[in-house]
Design a protein around this ligand. Structure first.
Ligand code: DLL
Length: 427
């Protein structure tokens, strides 16, 4: 169900709204955030120079390091009195990135999650089990508020404690599961291994995101749980979940572009790329009050599609993200996305799809090792299994690797984001 008229505007109508909101945002950040004022001054730009959407390209980019360097509140555009909520995203190094929301931001955020819910056909008849982490991570509370606004019953269980998750899923008759795809797959495997359990559940939908996942993994989750799984995308710096979501067509994620203007750039040259070409996604927020961000480099790789979707929405669609410009491994000159290994394992279907990758360096040569978890009823001819799996992965990724097969449940499960790559190379 389409929720909001802004989801179906003509391109001209959308661009008019975007331009009005962009101009206001640039005026506000120039006035209130010294970081942006200084950057614009250095570039010789005044807010009045932003007259069209094309002028956005004149503005400097913002990076994660800019948010870290101004820790904690340096990029806030309102006084602390107006901030009603703080979240933070764990940085890989040093201090986290802090984001602040005004009351209006919280309302906007909930409205955008309402769009997400409606696109996945979630309504007031549903019971939504929110197994995203609550706390500083934006997943739990972001989805929670939107689900309440839809009128659904919300179970704020947070991540982890698989036994409890399944117990409540059965007792409270959960219809919608919201969590990371890797945790959904783990729950699916546990549910499936308990005879008769699936039949006692009322689960019908899953709203999964916060990490890259493949089409194959979607099918695995959907088949095991007999549900429909939707991809949702977002990042703390922009708002959290609620940036983009799939509709029933599952042919790209609709970006809420009346709130966040997307661009695609070449991550090397920083030149903008035309629709349909893959590159790094960049966002400018145009309604956020607490911490507006201008041309934020997400590092996520995708393409944009401006064609009207069969669902009736005209919101631009981003292709499912399969990696980031900064998680791509380069091993002996070959580019490797961890999701390629996952896809190879699911495709072969002789092991589980739980794995991790270890990258090391011997002399000047990079070494790649995959540690893969076997299925409960694995082939007893281990040597043969080992040979087949190794050859298949090598074939799919175009790289030779060492393989270690470990016992079922030998790889740690994560209720939040899974860490799958251990890069031990020293450059
Ligand atoms: O992961 C927000 C979120 C919560 C999104 C719940 C969806 C559901 P961060 O912790 O700041 O925010 O991480 C953002 O996670 O730049 C992507 O690299 C990755 N990511 C998020 N959603 C997806 C997705 C939340 N659906 C970073 N597919 C982003 C692929 C995703 N990657």
């Amino acid at each position: 169900m389409i929720w909001d008229l802004n989801e179906c505007l003509s391109r001209a109508e959308m661009e008019q709204i975007q331009l009005q909101r962009l101009i206001r945002t640039i005026e506000r950040v120039y006035e209130n955030v010294p970081f942006y004022r200084d950057k614009m001054d250095i570039a010789g730009l005044r807010p009045a120079d932003i007259k069209s959407l094309d002028d956005l390209g004149k503005l400097p980019f913002t990076n994660k390091t800019d948010l870290r360097d101004t820790y904690p509140f340096g990029l806030f555009a309102v006084s602390q009195d107006e901030i009603v909520r703080l979240h933070a995203s764990s940085g890989t190094t040093g201090k986290p990135v802090v984001v602040g929301y005004t009351q209006n931001d919280i309302e906007t955020w909930s409205d955008l999650i309402v769009r997400t819910m409606h696109a996945a056909r979630v309504s007031s008849k549903d019971t939504v089990q929110v197994a995203y982490g609550y706390g500083l991570f934006t997943g739990g509370m972001g989805v929670h508020y939107g689900a309440e606004k839809v009128g659904a019953r919300v179970i704020p269980i947070s991540g982890g404690n698989t036994r409890k998750q399944i117990e409540l899923m059965e007792d409270f008759q959960t219809t919608v599961l919201a969590c990371t795809p890797s945790y959904a797959l783990h729950l699916a495997e546990v549910i499936k291994s308990t005879p008769g359990l699936r039949e006692r559940l009322r689960l019908k939908t899953a709203i999964l995101g916060a990490e890259p996942w493949t089409e194959q993994m979607r099918h695995q989750i959907e088949d095991l749980l007999e549900i429909s799984a939707f991809d949702i995308y977002g990042l703390s710096e922009i708002i959290g979940p609620g940036v983009a979501h799939e509709c029933e067509c599952k042919n790209g994620l609709h970006i809420n572009e009346d709130h966040f203007i997307p661009e695609i750039i070449d991550p090397e040259t920083l030149e903008s790329k035309p629709p349909g070409e893959e590159g790094e996604l960049v966002f400018t927020t145009i309604t956020k009050e607490g911490i507006p961000v201008i041309r934020y480099r997400t590092r996520d790789l995708t393409t944009l599609n401006y064609e009207k979707c069969a669902c009736g929405r005209t919101l631009v669609r981003m292709q499912k993200c399969h990696g980031r410009s900064d998680d791509m491994l380069i091993i002996r000159g070959v580019n490797l996305f961890p999701s390629q290994v996952e896809a190879a394992l699911i495709d072969l279907n002789l092991t589980t799809s739980h794995y991790h990758l270890q990258v090391s360096r011997e002399g000047t040569l990079d070494k790649l090792k995959a540690v893969v978890e076997m299925k409960e009823a694995a082939d007893t001819d281990l040597e043969n299994l080992h040979r087949t799996v190794q050859a298949h992965i090598q074939n799919c990724i175009g790289l030779s690797l060492e393989l270690e097969l470990v016992e079922p449940n030998g790889i740690e499960r994560f209720s939040g984001k899974s860490k799958r790559v251990f890069d031990n190379r020293k450059n």
